[in-house]
Design a protein. Structure first.
Length: 113
């Protein structure tokens, strides 16, 4: 097998199994349901399932070492949206209180919603 992305089907004693591979991995990944291989009744179903699994892998959030990064939580997404609005939207801050501290003036600011 050459060093490339691929997917396919292979005949096993129980039926057809589907697999896909990434050039970084040393072996193919077989589609499994827990610890058991998923068995397909014909070769075309297995090939289609292997191709779909490969496309899901490639369209996922891949990192540099080809591990799929976890999806951000809703809290992280809200924070990212607020940060983008603040810095890219020209957000303005309003001084709420000025508090002197050892010769330095510290400003506490509130960001308007």
């Amino acid at each position: 097998m050459t060093n490339k992305y691929a997917s396919g089907a292979q005949l096993s004693p129980q039926g057809w199994i589907a697999w896909y591979r990434d050039p970084v991995w040393s072996e193919n990944r077989v589609l499994r349901d827990g610890k058991y291989d998923i068995i397909f009744s014909n070769q075309q179903e297995a090939k289609d399932a292997g191709h779909d699994a490969l496309m899901n892998h490639l369209n996922g959030n891949m990192t540099a070492d080809t591990n799929v990064a976890p999806r951000p939580t809703s809290k992280e997404m809200k924070f990212a949206a607020a940060t983008k609005k603040l810095f890219l939207g020209g957000g303005k801050s309003v001084i709420v209180e000025r508090k002197p501290s050892k010769g330095k003036e510290i400003s506490v600011e509130r960001i308007p919603a």
